[in-house]
Each structure stands twice: as structure tokens, then as C-alpha cells.
Design a protein around this ligand. Sequence first.
Ligand code: PLP
Length: 298
Amino acid sequence: MSSSPSPRVFFLSPFPASAEPEETEIAASIREDDASAPALSVLDLGASRGDGIFETLGVIDGRAHGVDEHLARLVRSAAMLDLPEPHLEQWRAAMERAVASLPRTGQGSLKIVLTRGIEGSGVPTAWIVARAATSDFAERRDGIRVVTLDRGFPLDVSERAPWLLAGAKTLSYGVNMAAIREAKRRGADDALFVSSDGYALEGSTSSLIVRFGERIVTPSIDGGILPGTTQAAIYGWLETEGYRPEYAALRADALRDVDAAWFVSSVRLAAPITAIDDRPLEIDVALTAGMNAMLLGR
Ligand code: PLP
């Protein structure tokens, strides 16, 4: 662990997606605030109801990774929650400002947030927190132990109950954090959600990728899971390496036959899984190193 500068926060006065502001108007709509001072109203629905969405991007050596992919997912989540469509040019400009506030070398993150705003105002609240990493990311090398936990929804939850917002990246992450605490109580590091009808879904804050021999599989997003930007980048790379990675419904009982598995996400990157429930797993050292080298260097 290393000490790092305090987080920086940038508020946006959101434009409607149809607006065509001048560059100067965009610049004027983004203001840096003091991250250690109170800045958010207690009446903001993001704070009082978790009613909003977010994205977390990795920043490496002064460059945010997967900006287009994260913005596309922000737009998708906004549509799922009936939030105003984000103005992409404004978000890009704000992300550039936020990235520029971080050290030019090393790893960090941007958390971009859009809430339904102050109750009754009809105006969304939007901000970005930029922070330098405090982790040494040892899990990319040493791996993590995972336990399967029931998510309580069937695989077809998105069609059956779209109002549960499965697969949107909402601010309501209390459940995901509770799953990590439960995993820790069970002696593991993280949780792998399983649908009530027995399909492996995703980690509490990551996508799952598994390998059976030469076959690489990730659960398909029909199961109400988040479409992972890191998983997609890894799939692109695997194709250039001659694999034919697949999206499939993955039975949780089939996990006993996997030869290797990973939790992948934007800041942690690829963490090999060293145990699923009581079953130990070998780390695929070469593929893990390949994935992380590509993710760090892209
Ligand atoms: N699934 C969940 C539930 C997540 O919270 C995340 C990331 O936060 C992911 C998957 C991985 O997404 P990404 O690779 O875009 O970070």
C-alpha cells in the first residue's frame, strides 16, 4: 500500500442529450469541488434512495481506459432507469478534466455518477471522483477465493421483472457489498452470484470468465447481469490469440469441471480464482499474465 493524494471531485451541470453547447459552455458546466467538504444535498435521490447510476473506469498512466464502452453502458443504465440521456461530449470533457487531476503515472480510477437529483427538482445531479490507487493489486497475481451465493432471482429475471433493474449499474450496491461481507464470513474474498435456478452469473463487482480446456466461457447477459467492459476487452484479445470465447448459460454445477477461472473488472483487472466454494483451482499463470498485460497496456 502506498499513500496517495486525496480524491478530486468534479460536478457537472448536466445538459440534455439533444443540446449543442459550445466548448466554452461545456468547460463552464464542469466545476471542481473540495472532495473533503460537504457537496451533495441530503435531499438528493442518489443519496436518499440509491436512485441513480454509476460507472467506474480504470486510469493508467494518465489515460482512462474504455471511455466509449463505459459511456455506452452509462447510456444503457440511464435508459433502464428512465433517467435523462447523458450528454456524451460533456461527460468526455469532464472525464478529461478529472483524469488530468491525477498523477501522470501509476494506476487510479474515475467513478462517474448520475443521480435523479434533488427530490422534486427534475434536474439530475452528476459528478466524477478521480482517485489514485491505494492497492498494490496483489490479487492479479495471487488470486482470490470465491464462494457461490444465491442472488434469489431466476435467469430470466430481466424479462420477468424489468423493474428489478437487473443488469443496470445502479447506485444501489448495498446488496453487492453485503455479498462480499458474507463471502468474507465464509472465509473467501468475494462472492459469485448464482441465479435461483442454478446458473452462475457474475461477481459482486466483476464479470466471471472460465476455461474448460481450450474452451473459454462467460455467462451471457440474458441472465440479468452487467455487460462487462473488461470481459469484452479480454474477449477481443483472446480472439487475436486464436481462442473462440463464448457467451453461454453456465450451470453452477458445471463450475466443478472448470480448469481455470477469473473475476475481471475495470480497476482490479483480471484476478485468477484459486477456489470456488471448497474446490481449489490452479492459477493459469500464462493466460492471467497475458490478460493483465493487455489490459494494462491497451
Ligand atoms: N458485474 C458487476 C456486478 C460489476 O459491478 C462490475 C464492475 O463494477 C462488473 C461486472 C465488471 O464490469 P467492468 O469490467 O466494466 O468494470
